[in-house]
Design a binder for this molecule. Structure first.
Ligand SMILES: NC(=O)c1ccc[n+]([C@@H]2O[C@H](COP(=O)([O-])OP(=O)(O)OC[C@H]3O[C@@H](n4cnc5c(N)ncnc54)[C@H](OP(=O)(O)O)[C@@H]3O)[C@@H](O)[C@H]2O)c1
Length: 259
């Protein structure tokens, strides 16, 4: 399927590993030039090399996406012409809500709410002028169903979703869309941390915690990041301009609600 993304430029934040990397790979495969980002220069370089070997046109910006100078460097790498923005960042560590002090709460809100909003502010007017823009925010299934230990993550991401829900309606007239991808449990580094937290909390081994999590998913497996990346590319497609303000949960059926 031709997604109509040839020649587009995408910034994919936090994309040296995991879900961000998968989104970058799918967008590159669809013909977009992709700006990758991560704090570890070696890991970012290795990912860039692998994507280039597969034929991708990629640039890299090393640094913490929460820093204004890194955000500007991402936009500069795209020559100021950002057609697609995939907002992603590390999630807060799993922690009992009682253990969060004020600084930790502010850091979580900054990473998972303020940073993506700041990036949208910086790229949205160019998208409106050019009459094309796709913003995809990677949030979490915890937006729909809270997860013990991820209260800060849920709170910040629900805040982001609410903030951008209004923005989405203000920019839709210009073929600029803003949508949210909500991962359930996907096979990434992050998931290993979730298993470790659950093992400690429940007094079981990491393997038992992983097996129990897998068994609770109707699909009886964890998600493959490539499936996630493909969904991201679909939301960015030229033909997806009538889909906006939506939260797409990708969780193998784990969320039990009808809607
Ligand atoms: N995997 C899941 O099952 C799952 C489920 C629900 C929600 N999520 C959420 O989805 C997002 C991605 O998770 P993932 O599973 O893909 O994690 P991951 O495999 O650990 O990858 C995280 C990526 O983000 C980069 N990163 C982290 N902090 C950064 C920062 N401040 N600035 C720039 N880059 C940064 C990391 O590179 P560096 O460390 O080198 O910077 C890495 O490339 C997270 O917010 C996570 O909470 C994941």
């Amino acid at each position: 399927m031709d997604l109509g993304l040839t020649g587009r430029t995408a910034i994919v934040c936090a994309s040296s590993h995991g879900l961000g990397r998968a989104c970058a790979a799918a967008l590159a495969q669809a013909g977009s030039r992709v700006v990758l980002n991560g704090r570890d220069a070696a890991a970012l370089g290795a990912t860039a090399s692998e994507l280039r070997d597969a034929g991708a046109n990629v640039l890299t910006v090393v640094g913490d996406v929460g820093e204004e100078c890194v955000q500007q460097a991402l936009i500069d790498a795209a020559d100021g012409r950002v057609d697609i923005l995939v907002n992603n960042n590390g999630g807060p560590p799993l922690r009992d809500f009682r253990a969060l002090d004020g600084a930790a709460i502010h850091a979580g809100v900054d990473a998972n709410m303020v940073t993506p909003i700041r990036l949208v502010q910086k790229v949205i007017d160019g998208m409106i002028e050019r009459r094309f823009g796709r913003v995809v925010c990677i949030t979490s299934g915890s937006v729909k169903a809270p997860v013990p230990g991820l209260d800060l993550s849920s709170g910040a991401r629900v805040g982001l979703t609410g903030f951008l829900a209004g923005v989405a309606r203000q920019v839709a007239h210009a073929n600029v869309t803003i949508n949210f991808l909500l991962p359930g449990l996907f096979e990434t580094r992050r998931l290993a941390g979730v298993h470790a937290f659950n093992a400690q909390t429940n007094g079981v081994s990491v393997e038992e915690a992983a097996a129990s999590a897998r068994a609770r998913i109707p699909a009886k497996r964890f998600g493959d990041p490539q499936e996630f990346g493909d969904a991201c590319a679909f939301l960015c497609a030229a033909s997806s301009g009538f889909i906006t303000g939506q939260s797409l949960l990708i969780d193998g059926g784990a969320y039990p609600g009808v809607l």
